[in-house]
Each structure stands twice: as structure tokens, then as C-alpha cells.
Ligand binder design. Structure first.
Ligand SMILES: Nc1ncnc2c1ncn2[C@@H]1O[C@H](COP(=O)(O)OP(=O)(O)OP(=O)(O)O)[C@@H](O)[C@H]1O
Length: 305
């Protein structure tokens, strides 16, 4: 059981894509384990979609390779276990939604049951009778979600899945994804919504200018990229040396009457404050927020241009 949970279902090795003279993806390698929900996060043009298309075998890498289930993504056995929802939703015209979904189900050896698909995607009975060209943007995305799930795949790729969804649809979508993860399905999605990556991903792979700039759990990322600190007000002399000698404290300073202790272990700082019985009031703990991390990253990119 333990071994199969760690099984790597996606492996990309030195993946690089050059468009004319632009390096959209630059020497990217990582592996993704079975059952993980992974967010690929990054500013516009960072190379997220290009990487996903190469992983799926829809775009040929300039250098490197992508393997799904240890095989080429173009293998039939891989395709049968793969569900994909891309940004551009183009559905075959002239068919009713129900017919289109049935058609997709017929391509797979073990398709998901029709009523399960409807329940998971939030499609309504009357949507099923509509012709695809008559659907709204939101309805199209639901159909595209249903088509991605039609084969009951083990591995799912979503490129910006919740763009254009209302709050109810979004909630249903993430509920479905979380249920899949519990069943051991592997999910990879790109997003601009930091909150979604933080809330739903086990792992965030941060892209910037074609490269992976950070990779870890949302908590790891916050620890690594944001400043965490404890701050308080004290009428006493600040015991700067006492804090600075601790291995987990990187800086101590005062600003506008408030003392700041910068540390990646804010719990231990609090412990120290109480253990030494320091007279402090209005203690605040700042753990760092992911949107600040992202903002920082985007600013860095802009400055680099
Ligand atoms: N077919 C193409 N031809 C030329 N350049 C391309 C092509 N596809 C992507 N690019 C360029 O490669 C870079 C990476 O694009 P990509 O779409 O992978 O980024 P992204 O991170 O998915 O961005 P977004 O969040 O805006 O979708 C961009 O500079 C883009 O303009």
C-alpha cells in the first residue's frame, strides 16, 4: 500500500520548449506521485500551459521527455487513463450534450456511469438536451469537465479549470476533485487563483520565466518565501541578544514602537517570550500569505523585463 501510494505517475525530465527564439519552458524536471493534487502556479507567460501540453504529448518538446505511467503520453493505454480539460473549450457542434458525452464514454473501456457524471459536474437534465453550440460559457466548461471524466481516468489535467465558473460551480468542482484524490486519482491543475492552490493542492510547483522557482507544500512555500514573525509592544528594554542567539531567529528590530522578531519558527519565539516571562502586550503572529508570495514573484518578473 505504502509503495503504491508513492508511485510516480508523471515524470518529466529536462523538458524544454523553444518557440522561434523564445524559451517558453527551460529545462524543467519533476515527478508527481499517485494520489497527489498538484497546482502549477505562476504569472502570465510563465510556461505553465506549454509544460502541460508537453506532458500530455500534445506539443513536442524541443529537448527532454515526459512520461505518464512510465510510458509515452501518446500510448493508447495511457490515453485511456487520462482526463484532460484545456483552457479553450471547443465542443463538437451539432450534437446534444447527452449525445456528445455518450460518444466520449464509448471511446473508453471502463467509462464512468452517465448519472455519476451528471452528479459530479452539476449538469442539469435540461442542459443534456441542448445542442452544444447553444451553451453558455459556464455550461460549456461543465460539459468539458464531464468529457474529461468520461473514461473514469486515474490521471486528470486541468488547465485553469475554474475560469468562468460561478461560486457554486467552483465549489462543486473542488468537492469532486477532493473526492477523486481520496480515491487515489492524481490531479494536476494550473491556476492563477492562489487561494485555490493553497486550499486544494497538496503541492505547488511555482513557475517563473519557464523555470520552476519553487516546489513544495503550500506551507513549505509560505515558510520559504514569506517573512514570518512575532511582533509585540513592550515598555521594557528589548532583549535583542536573547532572541538573536536563537538559531531559528534571523532578525530583531523595532519599528513604530513595535518589536519584530523574524523567525521561521514562530511557535518557539512565543514559547521563549512566555518562558522568560517578558512583559509584552498585543502579540501578533504573521505566518505569511501565499498571495504576497505570488505578488513578490510577479513584481520580480516585471523588474527583470
Ligand atoms: N505557440 C506558440 N508560439 C509562440 N510562442 C508561444 C506559443 N505558445 C506559448 N508561447 C509563449 O511561451 C511563453 C509561455 O506561454 P504559456 O502559455 O505556457 O504560459 P502560461 O504560464 O500558461 O501563461 P498564462 O497563465 O497566460 O496561460 C509565453 O511567452 C508565450 O507567449
Amino acid at each position: 500500500m505504502g509503495v503504491s501510494l508513492l508511485e510516480e505517475v508523471v515524470e518529466i525530465n529536462r523538458l524544454t520548449k523553444v518557440f522561434k527564439h523564445k524559451k517558453a519552458v527551460d529545462d524543467v524536471s519533476f515527478a508527481i506521485s499517485k494520489g497527489d493534487v498538484t497546482a502549477i502556479l505562476g504569472p502570465n507567460g510563465a510556461g505553465k500551459t506549454t509544460t502541460m501540453l508537453m506532458m500530455l504529448g500534445l506539443l513536442k518538446p524541443t529537448v527532454g521527455e515526459a512520461l505518464l505511467f512510465h510510458q509515452s503520453p501518446t500510448e493508447r493505454a495511457v490515453r485511456e487513463n487520462l482526463g484532460v480539460m484545456l483552457q479553450e473549450v471547443s465542443l463538437m457542434d451539432g450534437l446534444k450534450v447527452k449525445e456528445l458525452i455518450q460518444l466520449f464514454r464509448s471511446y473508453y473501456p471502463n467509462p464512468m456511469k452517465m448519472n455519476q457524471l451528471i452528479g459530479l459536474t452539476g449538469l442539469r437534465e435540461d442542459d443534456l438536451e441542448k445542442r452544444t453550440e447553444k451553451l453558455s460559457g459556464g455550461q460549456k466548461r461543465k460539459v468539458s469537465f464531464a468529457l474529461a471524466l468520461a473514461g473514469n481516468p486515474q490521471l486528470l489535467f486541468f488547465d485553469e479549470p475554474t475560469v468562468g465558473m460561478d461560486i457554486t460551480s467552483r465549489r462543486l468542482f473542488w468537492g469532486t476533485v477532493q473526492g477523486f484524490a481520496r480515491e487515489g486519482k492524481t490531479i494536476i491543475f494550473t491556476t492563477h487563483y492562489l487561494q485555490e492552490a493553497d486550499d486544494y493542492a497538496d503541492r505547488i510547483i511555482l513557475f517563473n520565466k519557464g523555470k520552476v522557482t519553487s516546489d513544495g507544500t503550500p506551507d513549505d512555500m509560505k515558510k520559504k518565501l514569506t517573512k514570518q514573525f512575532v511582533s509585540f509592544i513592550t515598555p521594557d528594554e528589548i532583549p535583542t541578544e536573547l532572541f538573536l542567539q536563537l538559531p531559528f531567529v534571523s532578525d530583531v528590530y523595532e519599528k513604530e514602537g513595535r518589536t519584530y522578531i523574524i523567525s521561521d519558527d514562530t511557535d518557539s519565539v512565543l514559547y521563549m517570550i512566555f518562558e522568560k516571562n517578558l512583559y509584552v502586550r498585543d502579540i501578533r503572529v504573521e505566518k505569511g500569505r501565499l498571495d504576497e508570495v505570488f505578488e513578490q514573484l510577479t513584481i520580480d518578473q516585471r523588474e527583470a523585463i
